[in-house]
Ligand binder design. Sequence first.
Ligand SMILES: Cc1cc2nc3c(=O)[nH]c(=O)nc-3n(C[C@H](O)[C@H](O)[C@H](O)COP(=O)(O)OP(=O)(O)OC[C@H]3O[C@@H](n4cnc5c(N)ncnc54)[C@H](O)[C@@H]3O)c2cc1C
Length: 381
Amino acid sequence: MKQLVLLGGGHAHLAVLADLAARPLTGWQVTLVTPYRRQIYSGMLPGWVAGHYALDQCAIALDALAARAGVRLQTTACTGLDLAGQTVDCADGTRLPFDRLSIDTGPVAAVQQMPGAADHALCVRPIEGFAAAWPALAARMAAQPGGFDLAVLGTGAGGIELALAMHHRALAAGWPPLRITLVGADALPLAGFADGVRQRLTQQLRARGIAWRGGQRARAVEAGRLLFDQGAPLPFDACLLATGAAAPAWPRAAGLATDAQGFIPITRSLQSTSHPQVLAAGDVAAYADARPRSGVFAVRAGPVLARNLRALCEGRVPEDWTPQARALYLLALGGQRATAVWGPWSWTGDWVWRWKDGIDQRFVARYGSDATHHPNDRHPQ
Ligand SMILES: Cc1cc2nc3c(=O)[nH]c(=O)nc-3n(C[C@H](O)[C@H](O)[C@H](O)COP(=O)(O)OP(=O)(O)OC[C@H]3O[C@@H](n4cnc5c(N)ncnc54)[C@H](O)[C@@H]3O)c2cc1C
């Protein structure tokens, strides 16, 4: 039997697994390599932190989805590739042969780029690590009588949503004051978004008393303080690292073509520019038509990846894909309010939250939540 190996249970691979569940790939054994048997959906993570959801409602049961698809689950991480020998090396010592390989392992935390972060900051990625650490951090915030100082490094959608979620949780639960400072190198948060949107979001932060320390490049994290290129250090009780996505090291080490940052450049058919038997999608890939690294594009790539993997396995020509130019972003604001962003336009309200909540819950339900498949395996809220 020929071997198709899927690395990572990311957004694009969810569509591949659903496609295989609907229609098996005759003559191929498919293996999913994933360090965790579930995929926590990042779009709902801030809602869990804010207290709106239980964690198992935000997680997709990869094991159940793989079982429905007839896909073998290898619960470990890929650590390296032998492209000439067509094998994948895994952290558990397994070596998996492949005829076709698909990579959707997402980004890694940019810890290497921030000295001291690995020791003194809590990283948002891997999300499982963050989810495991958050209950203890929340308990510290709740128990510190004089209030708690939180520094949030990185001001993309993830960092802002998590800061707003923590702020909401502290207020709703009646914790001592939670003083949050968002730190970013740009003049305004949400780099890559239109100026007007960035200004409106800055106002939302200000209205909640969340401080914005922009235009300053953080240099290092030490125990209890953040150091900058210029200006006074920022003392903190905890530091959250939510800076932009970095690439894993193993694709470049294996000799796969990578761009200057280490991401995998792919053609319009999602094939590696150096190894056409390898496909990639999501944040680990650098699309032929450059797009921001975001869940929206990882989700959009899913059905194309499913069709192209099937085509290549069946000896047909894969299709070309041009991602849409603009994506809708729905940003949770802590309480049950959200902001919708479409290019230069944005709308804020309770109705946006209800809209986002509906989209997110349907997304998780489409693939099967942990709450449905593992109801006795509850996680702390
Ligand atoms: C708090 C937060 C909020 C966000 N909100 C939004 C939003 O509102 N809109 C938006 O568009 N984007 C948002 N993002 C960004 C979004 O999460 C990412 O762009 C998206 O997750 C990328 O999807 P992906 O499929 O590339 O990877 P991922 O979703 O990260 O999935 C990758 C999977 O691969 C696994 N994996 C990792 N390494 C390996 C390995 N070596 N071997 C095997 N498996 C591996 C991981 O465990 C994971 O399951 C948010 C991010 C965060 C952190």
